[in-house]
Write a protein that binds this ligand. Structure first.
Ligand SMILES: C[S@@+](CC[C@H](N)C(=O)[O-])C[C@H]1O[C@@H](n2cnc3c(N)ncnc32)[C@H](O)[C@@H]1O
Length: 673
């Protein structure tokens, strides 16, 4: 079944009960050979040899040992790809931060000194965390990594599942394994082999200084209420338990909350949930959480604090082909392409007390990610002293337009975003969903009703304080290298007194009026065609002759004559075409469309943004498959982006980076190169 890690743990369990069991050592050696852990495999076989009682058994082990010793000299690709030792990262935040406060955003984090890009500025374990309902059966309830086949359940209620006894123990569970003492085996083994056996059969790798938390303890007494209550309410329960256990029941977590901004029906809901939660917790904490108004009020505030301060713990989801270290343990074959989308999935929800002091920006200068349940925050650009460090709570400029970002932040966090991306005019917001001017040779922007409304809002801001903003706008404009965009922007912001009269359907550059209804109809029609092409590409139903590709190409032309050249829909259409051409083996066409998609995204996000990293993975993979030497530059660019956002953790988070770099270094090109 190729479940090598699981087999290894089974062997360990057997050996902790019966440390002299030669067959289990022999099996362990075989499993370690499959995992290419030759050093351990050789030790396993040596121990097996010492414990083996029969001469035929000893002969067999000796033969295997010889074979393994010669095998271990030839290092394999897979060993390098999965070499976990090389992925152990020991890095602590270096930069000094300060807490600042502004009237609009409240408290926030800022730099004290210059901080170079890719610096780790924050690292924190959660105060409390919980797995999301959809992942209860697939991910470890403590570390949130994917569960192996031999998962370990909670010792009392068997509902939460853990990936190892270590996680079970840290989540407050008990383990039953006995510790093997040297007395039991030192009549046979000595020296290095004795140490090796004791290490393998040790009770657990738990560092005694590490905190063990009764994260779930109170929930398993009686009815399984966490399945029924919303995640945020269960998380509130876990925080209460922690406060009680630390004898700090009355302490306020000092986090901001949105209770006053909530509509009446949401307030009522909060009151009901707080009563239900306290009742549920009575079986474990009757005396600490009394049924009276003060306790309910505390829980109401706590849940509203969780609403705006908790963070989603995310994991990357790869299509099988993407992951060089997939279940089967096979690296992708040379020529395998990685054109599917990489998806981020939210597996858990947690409260990080200091991490929640980072405010939001739609043009963030720091990036948050997670290893296990640890929050890590890294700068993505050079930060000057005193500059606020702001991460994105979800939406970013280039990804969504102004109105969608504002709506998301209002709905989920109850605030009106006042970041620089939302208060200053920026070109991505202008072109992201824009149409193109229908007049010949005009490259102007045409906005529809709702886009006009939002751009007007920003221009009002601009009109109020033109002298402060003009320099900023000039810088914005300079950042964009493309002449066409420079023209549009120059026309709009070039003269400080110029305030264009933005009208829906009219070109901002020449004033020519377009028929918005027919523009929308063309886009809707093309949308349908591209969605069906996408579906066909995913299910491998695109064939050179079935017309679906030529249909999509003609829709692409329609889109090009309707949408502004940097409209995001064009990037998406080019991306779908790249995937479809790849699925029919037309690699050069796939590369060409992929490159155009990336060019558009660069205009929207700016070069070096992580959104481009994923696209560059696709491009480099296609280029490597075709033996295109441009792959070297693409891999270099991709590597820079991932290193900027994930520092030393880049290859740990995205194992295929190592594979792509290695393929490039080895020059593993297909025959037609
Ligand atoms: C997680 S807290 C951040 C810390 C918070 N400023 C404090 O004083 O505790 C999120 C809250 O900060 C404020 N905030 C964060 N980013 C903001 C932004 N870009 N614009 C306006 N308010 C913001 C909002 O009140 C939001 O609900």
């Amino acid at each position: 079944m190729s479940l090598f890690e699981e087999s290894l743990r089974d062997c360990n369990r057997v050996l902790s009960i019966s440390p002299k069991y030669a067959k289990a050592w022999y099996r362990r050696g075989k499993v370690n050979t499959s995992l290419l852990n030759y050093e351990d495999a050789i030790c396993d076989l040596k121990v097996a040899l010492d414990f083996e009682g029969t001469s035929s058994g000893k002969r067999q082990i000796q033969n295997d040992l010889k074979l393994m010793e010669s095998q271990s000299k030839t290092e394999s690709t897979f060993q390098e790809l999965s070499g976990k030792d090389q992925l152990v990262i020991d890095e602590l935040p270096q930069a000094k931060l300060q807490c600042v406060s502004t009237p609009i955003k409240g408290r926030g984090r800022a730099s004290l000194f210059d901080i170079p890009p890719a610096s780790l500025v924050h690292q924190e374990e959660p105060y409390a965390a919980i797995i999301l309902k959809n992942f209860r059966d697939t991910h470890c309830h403590f570390c949130f990594n994917e569960l192996p086949a031999d998962n370990v359940p909670c010792t009392s209620c068997s509902i939460p599942l853990y990936c190892s006894e270590l996680c079970q123990l840290q989540a407050g569970g008990l383990i039953s394994r006995k510790c093997v003492t040297s007395k039991a085996i030192d009549d046979i083994l000595s020296g290095e082999l004795l140490k090796y056996v004791l290490k393998v059969t040790a009770e657990s790798d738990l560092d005694p200084s590490r905190e063990c938390i009764t994260e779930h303890g109170h929930e398993c007494c009686g009815v399984n209420w966490p399945v029924v209550l919303p995640t945020q309410v269960v998380l509130a329960g876990r925080i209460l338990v922690k406060l009680v256990e630390l004898k700090e029941n009355l302490k306020d977590l000092d986090l901001s909350h949105n209770y006053v901004h909530l509509p009446p029906e949401s307030k009522v809901e909060l009151h009901v949930y707080s009563i239900v939660l306290i009742y549920c917790m009575q079986s474990s904490y009757k005396s600490e959480l009394e049924l009276h108004g003060a306790t309910f009020a505390k829980v109401i505030v706590l849940i509203s604090q969780i609403k705006i301060n908790s963070m989603a713990i995310v994991r990357m989801k790869y299509a099988d082909m993407y992951n060089p270290l997939n279940q089967s343990g096979n690296a992708p074959l040379p020529g395998d392409t990685m054109t599917n989308n990489l998806e981020q999935v939210r597996v858990g929800q947690a409260i990080y007390l200091s991490g929640s002091l980072f405010n939001h920006s739609c043009v963030p200068n720091v990036h948050a990610y997670f290893t296990s349940r640890t929050l890590l925050i890294r700068t993505t650009e050079f930060v000057l002293p005193g500059c606020p460090l702001e991460l994105s709570y979800g939406p970013q400029v280039g990804q969504w337009d102004y109105s969608n970002r504002q709506r998301f932040l209002q709905d989920n966090y109850s605030f009106k975003c006042e970041c620089s991306g939302c208060t200053k005019v920026n070109l991505p917001d202008l072109v992201l969903n824009a149409f193109r001017c229908a007049k010949l040779n005009c490259s102007g922007v045409v906005l529809d009703d709702c886009m006009v409304e939002h751009q007007k809002h920003k221009f009002c801001h601009l009109q109020e304080t033109p002298e402060i903003h003009s320099m900023e706008h000039q810088r914005e404009v300079d950042k964009l290298m493309n002449d066409e965009v420079k023209n549009i922007a120059g026309l709009m912001f070039g003269h400080s007194n110029y305030f264009p009269d933005i009208q829906s359907g009219c070109c901002l550059k020449c004033g020519y009026a377009s028929d918005l209804k027919s523009l929308h109809a063309t886009v809707d029609e093309a949308d349908l065609i591209f969605q069906s092409l996408k579906g066909a590409a995913v299910s491998n139903e695109v064939y050179a002759g079935n017309g679906i590709l030529s249909n999509a190409l003609s829709s692409l032309n329609d889109l090009k004559s309707t949408l502004h050249s940097y409209n995001k829909k064009l990037a998406e259409a080019e991306d779908i075409l790249a995937e479809a051409f790849c699925s029919v083996g037309e690699m050069q066409q796939a590369i060409d469309h992929c490159i155009i998609s990336i060019q558009i995204l660069k205009k929207l996000y700016g070069p070096g943004h992580i959104a481009l990293g994923n696209e560059l993975v696709k491009l480099s993979s296609l280029q490597l498959a075709l033996g295109d030497t441009a792959a070297a530059d693409t891999v270099y660019e991709m590597d820079n982006i991932f290193s900027n956002y994930y520092g030393n953790h880049a290859e740990l988070m995205f194992p295929y980076l190592r594979y792509l770099k290695r393929e490039l270094a080895d020059g593993v090109w297909p025959a037609n190169a």
